[in-house]
Every structure is written in structure tokens, then in C-alpha cells.
Design a protein around this ligand. Sequence first.
Ligand code: HEC
Length: 219
Amino acid sequence: MKDDVKKYIFGAVAVFLVGVFIWVGIVFVNACGLSFSCKRGELAVARTPIPTMIPATLPAMEIASSASVDPDKCHVAGVELVGAWVEAGSSKTEVFEFTDANGISCEATFADVSPLFTQANLWYSGSLSCVSCHSVTLAVSPAQLDLSSYDGIIAGSRRADDAPKGTDILGGGKWTSSLLYQFLAETKADVPGHDEALSSGLMVYAGTPLPDAKATPKP
Ligand code: HEC
């Protein structure tokens, strides 16, 4: 009597499970045939929460990307990066070396330096980019200085219209005595664009560690 009841229960469960397998099988074979690589369950188009909207494909805007964390790059004060480039002879393409804030030997090129002049909101929150004032149009650029390109930086400031050379802002390779250092490191209360301390600790991620670089922790 007891065994019969057990048999009925097991029988019912077995029949139910077999039924489920057959049902899933029928649905699957019906949709996909006998293939396991069938993609019919995937969404045909990218969906947005709003059915009529086309999904955005533009990349999100980046703000001050060189200031955002990048673990593969060196971490260095903006002023020191520019300084190392100037001291190394301010080449357009050649690699120069510097030691970053963690004591790691690193290398970089002018391409790591130029964003410091072209990016807004970098030196301090809400700062204008240098080139928004010191633009390629000398007629309106303060101190007739064009920081928008390598040639402009090398040509220097206070240039008459197309004069190839003006005042050297790179101090002849002596960073701390250069005009550029002065205008980055010192606050000039009466000069617009320079009335906030630009160098007050801008740290950037730039350059790459030398292959055999090892951190020498600062004491
Ligand atoms: C709001 C506009 C403005 C911005 C932004 C600005 N500057 Fe200036 N800059 C000036 C003015 C104005 C002068 C002084 C011009 C004068 O004395 O005739 C000046 C002077 C300079 C000088 C000295 C040139 C000389 O021969 O006396 C340097 C170097 C300089 N700026 C670099 C920079 C750098 C680097 C940045 C970006 C970090 C920057 N400036 C951002 C307006 C600006």
C-alpha cells in the first residue's frame, strides 16, 4: 500500500520532468533547428529605455583627460614636466627623460607637454586653456605669444606680425629663469589669466616609465 503511493508519486514526477524536456526540446528545435550556435534569442537591435530613441554612438566627452588616472603612465607635476622638456633642449620629436613624483625614471615627448597648453579646466578648476588667450592670431594674442603649436612656443613672445623670433620664453633652456616658468609658477595679480596660481599642484599622468625603471621611494 505504502509502496504503491511512492510509485505513483515518483511516476508522476518522472512523467512531469520528461514532459518538460520534451516541451523545451520542441520549442528549441522549432526555433533553432538542431544547431546549438543559434542566435535567435539575442536582441536584434540595441535597445534604449525609450523605444523610439536611437542609441547614442558618440563617445562621451572627456574633460582634462591627461589629469585622469592612468596607471600605465607616470605621475608628475605639470610644471616639472614642462621644465624637464625645456631643460632637455625642447625638441619637437625627441624623447626626454624625467623623474616622476614616485621617483620613477620616465620618458616623454613634446606630445605629452602640449596638452598642458591646449586643455581647459586643467591648471585649476574652471581655468581657461592657455591657447584660448595665447592663440595663433598674434594680433589679439596677449604678449603676441602663440602657444597653440610647437613652432609658436619656440618662436616666443612679443613678435611683430610675422617675425620668426620674439622673446625666448624658454629661458634659453634654463627652466627656472624662463618667462614660461615665471608665468606658470608665480601668481601675477594684475594679469588676466595669470591671477590664480597656475602651478598650485597640477599633477598629470604623462609619459611612460623607462623599461628598467624601479621606484625609489622618497624618504
Ligand atoms: C585670460 C587670458 C590668458 C590665459 C588663459 C593665459 N594667459 Fe598668459 N598672458 C596673458 C596676459 C594678459 C599676459 C601679459 C601680456 C602683457 O604683459 O602684455 C600673459 C603673459 C604670458 C607670458 C609672458 C610673455 C611675455 O613675453 O611677457 C607667458 C609665458 C604666458 N602668458 C604663458 C601662459 C601659459 C603657459 C598659459 C596657460 C597655462 C597662459 N599664459 C594662459 C593672458 C593669458
